[in-house]
Design a protein. Structure first.
Length: 248
């Protein structure tokens, strides 16, 4: 399995025949500005071969380029019901909606919607907020090929919450994609506490940082806090550079 950080909370997960793009905030992401300028503002290379787009919630910095990606590649959209229905009106044809607690079977992997402590809405041009279902985390279990038995938990945008213990009990996720930016999600120290207290991750990739000025600009606090238990956590944090991947 190869996981590439595309900035903010967006990841590309490549496993077998599947190329999964999560929360594809690409063209509007300040962290991608330099790359896109050099690429002639063409984001196609970032989502090339996409087979699925998976969304945690409906904020613009997570929905991002979903419509363009799905139209260009024919990728299947997986999102909560309200968000999927809204995006179908924007031109996304292949949708697979779910909701909190539900599991959707795909070819080679499953997708389960977990809870997250956050909001989920779209702001229209008048500044009015329109609800787009619940904010979620996403757990994916892979069942085929070399990645059979592997599991990934994208926490979405969230604070720490006690029922993370149930997510661990139900799913035992091996790889965590964890928001650390503060202000709109938990910050680095609390995110590290969530990882240490509730999960037995084999690998963690922090996200939701280094994009907007109001967010944490690096993962230093998170990495430092993860080293509280040095024998357990010191070597599981991966912080790939933007648009670089890690093999897990």
């Amino acid at each position: 399995m190869r996981i590439t950080w595309l900035g903010h909370s967006s990841f590309k997960i490549e496993s077998g025949k599947s190329v999964i793009i999560m929360d594809p905030f690409l063209s509007g992401n300040p962290a991608q500005a330099s790359y896109l300028a050099q690429a002639g503002n063409d984001i196609a290379a970032l989502y090339e071969g996409a087979t699925h787009v998976v969304l945690t919630h409906g904020h613009d910095d997570h929905v991002g380029d979903t419509v363009q990606i799905c139209k260009a590649t024919g990728a299947k959209l997986i999102a909560n019901f309200d968000l999927a229905m809204w995006l179908s009106k924007q031109g996304v044809e292949d949708i697979d909606p779910g909701n909190t607690g539900g599991t959707l079977m795909q070819e080679g992997f499953s997708v389960t919607f977990t809870q997250a402590q956050h909001s989920s809405a779209h702001l229209d041009e008048a500044g009015m907020s329109h609800n787009l279902g619940n904010a979620n985390g996403i757990v994916m279990h892979f069942v085929e090929g070399d990645d059979a038995g592997k599991s990934v938990y994208h926490m979405g945008d969230t604070d720490i919450f006690g029922d993370m213990a149930l997510i661990e009990e139900l799913h035992q996720p091996q790889i965590g994609l964890v928001p650390i930016g503060d202000r709109f999600t938990m910050g680095g120290a609390v995110a590290a506490l969530a990882c240490r207290r509730y999960f037995n991750f084999k690998a963690v990739l922090p996200c939701h940082y280094g994009s907007f000025p109001v967010l944490a600009q690096n993962a230093d606090l998170f990495k430092s806090a993860m080293k509280v238990e040095k024998d357990k956590n010191s070597d599981i944090v991966h912080t790939p550079a933007l648009n670089e991947g890690v093999e897990l």
